[in-house]
Ligand binder design. Structure first.
Ligand code: ADP
Ligand code: ADP
Ligand code: MG
Length: 446
């Protein structure tokens, strides 16, 4: 086992990983930007290194600075968290060159699955049904031809996209030229890669994703699905496990499909395979996230399995000591993403000093955050400031527990979406579990 791990991230996920390390008796090294001197992850870690100015590209994305901190501190492994460098094949490769273990899959798998177009081709080759669409499209004329074959409305996606960004809807052919050129320009600027592909725009669908853990001995375990259909602008707002729309039979079919897919790519570590599920209950592969997911806690709550600890054990060469059959989903878990944003002003992100804060408690209530009283939320990073997770015996009880917990939550000094989430929980579509990814848009709530 490692004796020291560097955490190449910030915010709640850095704190989450530091906690797992501490429980495992592993020393932790935090890295931070100049804007994050007073961040919680810095004070919780055993050692810390400033890696550059506020903007992520100068600090949390600065591979050389992070590797230098790892070498100087003597860390044997780097946990990248989510976002930032977590799916960066070049970074994983550099880690290997310096003899540092990247906690995640191999650089080869990262580059194969990180390119969303290549990931779809790989899955198709493994006989996994994928969302109908084109391969990479470059020239506008060629792209338009491919679009006509798929039919409108369709989505144009950046192969390097993520976090709900790099996706544009094209409703009809007359819009094509304009949206296509804008989208590829945006992708070039945002991801440094203008590669785009087209996809049929599916309506009345649910976002269902399967959590997997794969060790280096060929053991593959599926830990059940999460329903992430409550979305705003293609970004997840609330997540739950199990999905109220997935039957036990569908779950085991999906597990078998994912096991086959993971075997075919030689996957190792924790990962998530994302699907859209249509009204008839058919699943279509959308993408794979080769990292820990924001909403991993709901899976932890229903399975009782600590995903971060398993990521670390797998990276250290330990075998999984349970199988998919050993995993049972007990009760129901829901997560709400608490964002520093104002739903009344078009969800404008906010920042500022936390003047008052009360975190909900009680049995089976978990709040993952890096906030503390008097902390100043900086304007440079993600607007997610916390994740409220509850676990109960039934979905109904979990909803009531979440409502009670949200009512108790107090965060003053920055705007947040707590009341908006409370309203969502009251919605009929949520209560019945029949909501789809277009729910908020259809309700005019985006
Ligand atoms: P998850 O897929 O874990 O549910 P998100 O899609 O919200 O979570 O992404 C997690 C974080 O990673 C967000 O901060 C998001 O902005 C960031 N992220 C994910 N993929 C990319 C990417 N390709 N480029 C930039 N940021 C990304
Ligand atoms: P990201 O890398 O940003 O997570 P995804 O490809 O996973 O991008 O898509 C994000 C969200 O956009 C999905 O969860 C889904 O709600 C919506 N979406 C993506 N592809 C389609 C599609 N072909 N039809 C309908 N909705 C889609
Ligand atoms: Mg996705």
């Amino acid at each position: 086992m490692f004796s020291k791990i560097l955490i190449a991230n910030r915010g709640e996920i850095a704190v989450r990983i530091i906690r797992a390390c501490r429980e495992m008796g592993i020393s932790t090294v935090a890295v931070y930007s100049q804007a994050d001197r007073d961040a919680l992850h810095v004070s919780l870690a055993d050692e810390c290194y400033c890696i550059g100015p506020a903007h992520a590209k100068d600090s949390y994305l600065n591979m050389n600075a992070i590797l230098s901190a790892a070498i100087v501190s003597g860390a044997q492994a780097i946990h990248p968290g989510y976002g930032l460098l977590s799916e960066n094949a070049e970074f994983a490769k550099l880690c290997a060159e310096y003899g540092i273990t990247f906690i995640g899959p191999s650089p080869e798998v990262l580059s194969k699955m990180g390119d969303k177009d290549e990931a779809k081709r790989t899955m198709r080759a493994a006989s996994v049904p994928v969302i109908p669409g084109s391969g990479l499209v470059q020239e506008p004329q060629e792209a338009k031809k491919a679009a006509a074959e798929i039919g409108y409305p369709l989505l144009i996606k950046a192969r390097a996209g993520g976090g709900g960004r790099g996706i544009r809807l094209i409703r009809e052919e007359s819009e094509f030229d304009k949206v296509f050129s804008q989208a590829s320009e945006e992708a070039k600027n945002a991801f440094g890669d203008g590669g785009m592909y087209l996809e049929k725009y599916m309506t009345n669908v649910k976002h269902i994703e399967m959590q997997v853990l794969c060790d280096t001995f060929g053991h593959i375990v599926c830990l059940g699905e999460r329903d992430c259909s409550m979305q705003r602008k293609n970004q997840k707002v609330m997540e739950e496990s199990p999905s109220p729309a997935v039957t036990a039979i569908q779950r085991s079919e999906l597990s078998r499909l994912c096991e086959k897919a993971m075997r075919s790519v030689g996957y190792t570590g924790a990962g998530t395979v994302e699907f859209l599920m249509d009204r008839d209950g058919f699943f279509y592969f959308m993408e794979m996230n080769t990292r820990l997911q924001v909403e991993h806690p709901v899976t932890e709550m229903v399975t009782g399995i600590d995903l971060v600890k398993w990521q670390i054990r797998i990276a250290a060469g330990m075998p999984l000591d349970f199988t998919s059959e050993d995993v049972s989903l007990r009760g129901h878990a829901i997560e709400c993403r608490i964002n520093a944003e104002n739903p009344k002003e078009n969800f404008r992100p906010g920042c500022g000093k936390i003047s008052l804060m009360h975190i909900p408690g009680g049995p089976f209530v978990r709040f993952d955050t890096a906030l503390y009283p008097d902390y100043v939320v900086p304007p440079f990073y993600d607007s997610m400031i916390g994740k409220l997770i509850v676990h109960a015996r039934t979905r109904e009880e979990a909803i009531r527990k979440m409502q009670a917990a949200l009512c108790e939550l107090v965060i003053e000094g920055v705007d947040h979406n707590g009341d908006f989430l409370l309203e969502l929980l009251q919605e009929d579509a949520f209560q019945t579990g029949r909501y789809t990814t277009s729910f908020l848009e259809q309700r005019g709530r985006v």
